[in-house]
Design a protein around this ligand. Structure first.
Ligand SMILES: Cc1cc2nc3c(=O)[nH]c(=O)nc-3n(C[C@H](O)[C@H](O)[C@H](O)COP(=O)(O)OP(=O)(O)OC[C@H]3O[C@@H](n4cnc5c(N)ncnc54)[C@H](O)[C@@H]3O)c2cc1C
Length: 293
């Protein structure tokens, strides 16, 4: 059983301009077939989240959170029970197209290598998915991954208890990030983040910048009026694998079987940033359809 909680989410408007933006979000959602969102007023906001300030909000009752580690464990168990094998601590270091498929070279943590062949390859290598595609001979500037770091601060106890749902500000217009928001976890912990920080070169920089505390504090204080500076502590950082470049509009996930580029059976998943986890099973079903071609 995978622990989850349908806690719901509010997207808050703190100014008249932001009200117009959340009204647009409602229209977009309806256009995408999401029909359980509601525009709620201050009284309803106060009922749901008494400690949050907003003039109006979008209320999404069906949004939830999931224990991600349990989800991964369950997927891993599913693979093994279905006869799959997982090569841990092993890096794909070569992919060569051969007649009827691909020859893949793996290098393990002892630096020993082995090769195997496969009719199909599914490249879901996250931050390295562009490099894996390139390794197979599909270099493409338009699918270059740009590392975009996001940092989080924790809301220290006891104030974490003031928040019961996910609380999001209105997103930035180009969707570089969806704004520093409030996330709760299954144990009642509350995090603020992630911010947006483009890394100039693709380095795995997971440092948390303690000096950003003021920026985080100012950013969320407009909808968390109870917040004091010392309520925050540095928590963690992650890196988004964006195919969107800095300053450009958001790009959709690239999920394609590459026959059209001379690589039948090679399926690329590139730029799978958020909500890649939320949509992982839907993505898997989409890819399965490609496999059965
Ligand atoms: C800060 C942050 C917050 C996020 N929040 C959310 C959220 O709230 N909701 C949501 O839905 N999504 C969220 N996401 C996005 C989510 O984490 C990703 O969409 C998801 O992890 C993508 O899954 P993936 O399998 O494509 O890639 P990954 O999870 O990155 O997995 C790729 C795997 O490939 C492996 N790999 C890479 N290169 C090689 C190689 N050469 N050989 C072998 N293995 C290799 C890596 O080690 C890794 O294990 C967030 C991401 C970040 C950074």
């Amino acid at each position: 059983e995978i622990p989850f909680k349908k806690c719901g989410k509010i997207i808050v408007a703190t100014t008249e301009d932001e009200i117009r933006i959340i009204e647009d979000i409602l229209d977009t959602a309806a256009g995408n077939g999401v029909n359980d969102l509601e525009l709620i007023d201050r009284d309803r906001i106060a009922e749901l989240e008494p400690s949050v300030f907003a003039l109006k909000a979008v209320w999404s009752p069906s949004t939830g959170i999931v224990d991600t580690h349990s989800l991964m464990k369950s997927l891993e168990t599913g693979i093994i029970l279905n006869g799959g094998r997982i090569a841990y601590d092993s890096e794909v270091t070569g992919i060569r197209k051969i007649a009827g498929g691909y020859e893949i070279t793996i290098t393990d943590s002892d630096k020993s290598s082995f090769t195997f062949t496969s009719r199909m390859v599914i490249n879901s290598a996250g931050l390295a998915s562009d490099l894996i595609s390139e390794m197979a001979g599909l270099a493409d500037e338009k699918l270059r991954i740009n590392f975009c770091k996001g940092e989080y601060f924790r809301l220290n106890p006891p104030k974490n208890r003031l928040i019961n749902r996910l609380v999001y500000p209105v997103p930035a217009h180009n969707l570089e990030g969806i704004g520093i928001h409030v996330t709760i976890d299954m144990k009642g912990g509350v995090k603020l983040g992630p911010d947006v920080s483009w890394l100039s070169s693709n380095v795995f920089d997971y440092k948390v910048t303690a000096s950003k505390q003021d920026e985080f504090f100012r950013s969320v204080r407009k909808f968390l009026p109870f917040l004091e500076y010392d309520d925050l502590s540095p928590e963690m950082a992650g890196i988004r694998p964006k195919i969107q470049r800095r300053g450009e509009p958001a790009r959709d996930f690239y999920i394609r079987e590459e026959s059209h580029r001379g690589m039948p059976g090679f399926i690329n998943l590139i730029g799978i940033e958020s909500p890649g986890l939320t949509s992982c099973l839907a993505i898997a079903n989409y890819v399965r359809e490609m496999i059965s071609i």
